[in-house]
Structure formats: structure tokens, C-alpha cells
Design a binder for this molecule. Structure first.
Ligand SMILES: Cc1ncc(COP(=O)(O)O)c(C=O)c1O
Length: 384
């Protein structure tokens, strides 16, 4: 592993502390593969490195087929097309969520039924799904916040009982598991993000995990702009032509080569993050501070929930004066302009709005080391 701990304490402490919320991971292996891609003289989708990434992720996740995509957002759009959403169909998801999952289904004519979250994990509360199901329900989107799994046993049981599809939004979840199964590989479809803010990244990138045989052929057609290009490449058809819906969802070979320079490092990268996560956790636990999570997942996020929004905002401000950036996260989708237009909340909003208003994310990335976390802890300790 190269260059992950960029700021050794001796380098940093001679200067003023300046801790960004995030820096994108660079392992040092990316350049070699990007140069190789350039030399290969093929830079479009489904090239040498894209296939290497797919195979790597198929082995890691045990998903039946992994399709590299331009982003997790696009993988979610592919999932919505594969789900055959028709005007007026309904999709259930937590309101505490990223906009892409809602948009993907709304673009196909769906209405969203937002449900409340579990206040500890910030994931959808699986106990609330059944009361949001109607005759029109087609899909449940299970987003695993911070790489910590939703209750997938319960979600799959309900989905099977009502014959509803499950799409796992595992954007945060590379190297994260639920009972030995990689997140994203349990539902009918799953999505990963390789956006620069994620543990493993290529600037913009993602993957669709196809876990149900029924969808494999069609997923490739949708990726290839609605054409049977895959069959053409395999010599099965003489010319490729427009056969279905689709778009340009395939990952560029330059991004795939960059990504391949990181995939071999998943374990090491996540271990560094989990170590830093545990350092925060020990500090908060020793001081008996409440509102911190007990599950580290893949070390994607460390969050802290305050008693009030005012206290949270005060801490953000205090950290800023110490040149440390802490940030909030999602705004409840059901309160947004588009959320009100395209969806509605099912049941009571006991935890979503309150959780969104009181949650603070502290810096956690591979550009930090134990000394940097110590500096953050010291800054927090000063005002506690
Ligand atoms: C839960 C979740 N899903 C999807 C996305 C979108 O990912 P991408 O930027 O790869 O499209 C994000 C973005 O951070 C996210 O947090």
C-alpha cells in the first residue's frame, strides 16, 4: 500500500491544522493501468480493464453479473428500467436517502412511498415496509447507509411474500457484508458507487450487480444504448441494432483502468478507515457520549447525532474555527420540492427529519492518520 497516510504527524504539526472532510483515495497503482489503457488504443466501454473490474467484482460479491457503469446513479436508472416500472407504479424507500434512487424510478413514472428510518443505523426501518405496500408496489429500495446493512432477511422475506423486487443501493458499501454476503448481492439487483467520495473510487463510476438470471441479457442491452451490441461482439449477430430501451451507461476504459488500480486494495483501504473509525468510537465511548453508532461497516462514515440541531450546528462551527470540516448529510426527500411532487410519506416521520437535523459526519478518509483523528478529538474535547 502506497501513500495512504499522507500527513505524518511530524509533517502536519509544524503547520496549522487543516483537516478537510474528504480527500479522494490515490493508491499509487492507477497511473500504470491508465497508461496501459492508452497504449491498448481502446477507450470506450467494455474494454480490457472494464472486464477486469467486472470479473474482480463478480468474485468479490458473488453476484451473477457485474456491469460497470458511469455512476451509481446510472446503475440505479438501469435497475429502474429492468424493474419495468410503468406510470403510477410505487416504489418504497427511506426518505433519509440520496436523490438518485428516487429520481431513477420517478423518471420511469413511479411514485415514491417514503418510510421512516431506524434511528440507530439511519437505514430504512424494515418493520414499516408492509404498511406502505399497495397493489401498485413494484420495488423496495434498500439503501445501506455508511456501509452498515439494512435488515435484509426481513426485507427479502416481505419482498418474496408480495412478489416485489428488491434493489439494494450499496453506493457506500464496497467491502461491506451482511451475514457473509457482500452488500448489493442479496436483492434482485444492487448498485455500487465509485464516485471520488467513496472508499474506492475512479472520479465518477459505478456498477450494477445483477443477482437474478432473468435480468442479465437485458441489462447488457440497456447499458449498450438499447442495442444488441454484446451479441454482435460475440459474433452471434452480424449487425447490431436497436432492440430495447437503453442509454450510454458503460464505464469508460480510462476510468476502469484507474479503478482497477484501487480494487486490489479494498481490504487494506477499509482496514485503515475502520481503524480510524474505532479511534473515534473509543473516544466517544470512554466519555460516555451518546448518539454514536456501534457498527463500523466498511468504515465509510463516522457520524454523531446530537440532541438538537442547534448543538450540531454549534459543533460544525467550532470545528470550522479549528480548520476541521465536519458536515451534515441527506435532507429528507419527502420534504424536498420534488419529493412532495413525486412521493409521499407513509406513516409517521418519527426519526427522519430529526435524524437529518442532528447528524454530523466527522472527517474519515485514507488521507488521515491517527494523529489527525487525535487533533479532531482534541478540538471536540475542548468544547465538551
Ligand atoms: C446512497 C447513495 N446512492 C447513490 C449515490 C450516487 O452515486 P454516484 O455519484 O456514483 O452516482 C450516492 C452518492 O453519494 C449515495 O450516497
Amino acid at each position: 500500500m502506497k501513500d495512504l497516510a499522507k500527513w505524518s504527524s511530524s509533517d502536519r504539526r509544524t503547520e496549522k491544522i487543516n483537516i478537510p472532510f474528504h480527500t479522494p483515495l490515490i493508491t499509487g497503482y492507477e497511473q500504470k493501468f491508465v497508461l496501459e489503457a492508452i497504449q491498448n488504443k481502446y477507450l470506450g466501454a467494455e474494454g480490457f480493464f472494464s472486464k477486469k473490474c467486472s470479473t474482480f467484482l463478480e468474485n468479490l460479491t458473488e453476484s451473477k453479473k457485474v456491469i460497470m457503469t458511469t455512476s451509481c446513479t446510472d446503475a440505479l436508472e438501469m435497475a429502474a428500467i429492468l424493474s419495468d416500472i410503468k406510470e403510477g407504479d410505487e416504489v418504497i424507500m427511506a426518505s433519509y436517502n440520496f436523490v438518485s434512487a428516487a429520481n431513477a424510478f420517478v423518471l420511469r413514472g413511479a411514485k415514491i412511498r417514503f418510510i421512516d428510518i431506524d434511528p440507530i443505523t439511519m437505514n430504512m426501518d424494515a418493520n414499516l415496509i408492509e404498511s406502505a405496500i399497495s397493489q401498485k408496489t413494484k420495488v423496495i429500495v434498500a439503501m445501506h447507509y455508511a456501509g452498515v446493512p439494512c435488515d435484509m432477511d426481513k426485507i427479502m422475506k416481505i419482498a418474496n411474500q408480495y412478489q416485489i423486487l428488491v434493489v439494494e443501493d450499496a453506493a457506500h458499501c464496497i467491502g461491506a457484508y451482511y451475514k457473509d454476503r457482500h452488500l448489493g448481492s442479496i436483492g434482485h439487483l444492487g448498485t455500487l458507487s465509485f464516485h471520488e467520495t467513496k472508499n474506492i473510487q475512479c472520479g465518477e463510476g459505478g456498477a450494477l450487480l445483477v443477482n437474478d438470471d432473468r435480468f442479465i441479457d437485458r441489462a447488457q442491452i440497456i447499458r449498450d444504448k438499447g442495442t444488441d451490441r454484446t451479441n454482435f461482439n460475440l459474433g452471434i449477430v452480424k449487425k447490431y441494432t436497436w432492440v430495447d430501451l437503453g442509454s450510454s451507461y458503460g464505464l469508460s476504459e480510462l476510468n476502469a483502468a484507474f479503478l482497477y488500480g484501487q480494487l486490489n486494495q479494498i481490504k487494506e483501504v477499509n482496514n485503515v478507515r475502520i481503524r480510524l473509525w474505532k479511534q473515534y468510537h473509543t473516544f466517544f465511548s470512554d466519555l460516555k457520549i451518546t448518539g454514536i453508532p456501534d457498527f463500523h461497516g466498511n468504515g465509510h462514515i463516522f457520524f454523531w447525532k446530537f440532541e438538537t440541531e442547534k448543538e450540531r450546528d454549534k459543533m460544525i462551527h467550532h470545528l470550522k474555527t479549528c480548520n476541521i470540516i465536519g458536515v451534515s448529510h441527506y435532507e429528507p426527500l419527502h420534504l424536498s420540492i420534488a419529493g412532495k411532487k413525486f412521493g409521499r410519506f407513509s406513516g409517521d416521520d418519527k426519526f427522519t427529519t430529526f435524524g437529518a437535523k442532528t447528524l454530523l459526519r466527522l472527517p474519515l478518509h485514507n488521507g488521515l492518520d491517527v494523529d489527525a483523528i487525535e487533533d479532531i478529538i482534541q478540538a471536540i474535547y475542548k468544547v465538551l
